[in-house]
Write a protein that binds this ligand. Structure first.
Ligand SMILES: [Zn+2]
Length: 348
């Protein structure tokens, strides 16, 4: 009897929402008192600093290739993002970056990017420091003087020659050189190895014979898959420096083992040190790891209240104080919402 009762109480157990609220129930929902206190503070904030990470671009659907699990053609993405990798095989590294440039251009800025761009136009003393290299803030017309790129950009290029200072910003040409175009599928029948019946072969033969545009041109192949062959590219076919005409150009991103851009860091330091800060927004990045942690602490020491916007409750809520806000959800939904008292309705 006892066993039976215990078993039935387990079966009938329904989760109680008193106490800890399951994460999914709070996603993108802002408690009224948080909204009110944030709005009140935002309206009176003039000096604002935002620090953005991968979470800002998540709803634009971009793979970030940072951290564990970032694999491209059987290579750890982190092993391709080094000066040593570029020296050893510039063609492979350029193919990786050309793919990422292409993917980023296929994606679109989301309402989170547009909301920050609009806040920058409304508040001249608002500065965004982003760890993202995807160019989406630039494409959302975020004022350039109020946007600092901590890890550079996929769309900046610079010369690798030691004595050459050539660099170029916001080069959105895709592909950057013809040899780096994403290969397209052949319109020839390509039966799969697993196809025992010949069904796939006859389907693809039929598609090829239809002669429609798509089958003539082929579809772009997913070259992140190591099973898809990519062309061998000679160094002469890679982007060349137009200034010294000697060096190869390289992507203008900060690679592992390289220093963060001094100019960017000092511009942001100058902003932080100039005077008190009213508000710090930490968007889609852990408030715990460097450099986020450092900026959060510095902003706090200058009086800032901190608002964290993050999909990950555990990640975002660490180290927050009673004066801070935590907004649980997608930056593409939360930012236009919480900033609307200043930026208005940007969907209109
Ligand atoms: Zn050069």
């Amino acid at each position: 009897m006892l066993l039976g009762r215990a078993a039935s109480s387990i079966i009938n157990h329904k989760p109680s929402y008193q106490g800890t609220v399951p994460a999914i129930m709070t996603l993108n929902k802002i408690p009224t008192k948080d909204r009110e206190s944030f709005t009140e503070h935002l309206k009176h904030s003039t000096r604002i600093l935002a620090l953005c990470g991968a979470g800002l671009s998540a709803s634009s659907g971009l793979p970030t290739f940072r951290g564990a699990g970032g694999i491209w053609r059987n290579h750890e993405a982190t092993s391709l993002a080094t000066p040593e990798a570029f020296e050893a095989d510039p063609a492979l590294v350029w193919q990786f970056y050309s793919y990422r440039r292409h993917m980023a251009l296929t994606a679109n800025p989301n309402p989170g990017h547009f909301a920050l761009a609009e806040l920058a136009r409304k508040r001249s003393q608002f500065v965004t420091l982003t760890q993202n290299v995807d160019g989406l803030s630039q494409r959302a017309s975020h004022p350039a003087s109020q946007l600092h790129l901590l890890h550079g950009s996929l769309f900046d290029v610079r010369c690798t020659e030691f004595y050459c200072d050539y660099s170029e910003r916001d080069n959105f040409t895709d592909p950057i050189v013809p040899a780096l175009a994403i290969p397209k599928g052949s319109s020839q029948p390509l039966p799969s190895i697993a196809d025992n019946t010949g069904e796939e072969a006859s389907k693809s033969l039929a598609a090829a014979m239809q002669g429609n545009k798509a089958s003539q041109e082929g579809k772009e192949l997913d070259i992140s898959d190591a099973g898809i062959p990519i062309p061998r590219i000679s160094p002469e076919e890679l982007p060349q420096c137009p200034k010294c005409q000697k060096g190869l150009l390289r992507p203008g991103v900060v690679w592992f083992g390289e220093a963060l851009p001094v100019k960017t860091m000092s511009a942001v330091d100058k902003f932080v040190e100039k005077s008190d800060i009213d508000l710090m927004l930490v968007i889609g990045t852990s408030a715990m790891v460097w450099p986020a942690a450092r900026y959060v602490e510095e902003a706090r020491s200058r009086g800032a209240r901190v608002a964290v916007i993050n999909m990950d409750k555990q990640d975002g809520k660490r180290n927050l104080t009673k004066r801070d806000w935590f907004f649980h959800g997608d930056a593409g939904t939360i930012l236009p919402d919480i900033l609307s008292p200043v930026i208005g309705d940007i969907s209109a």
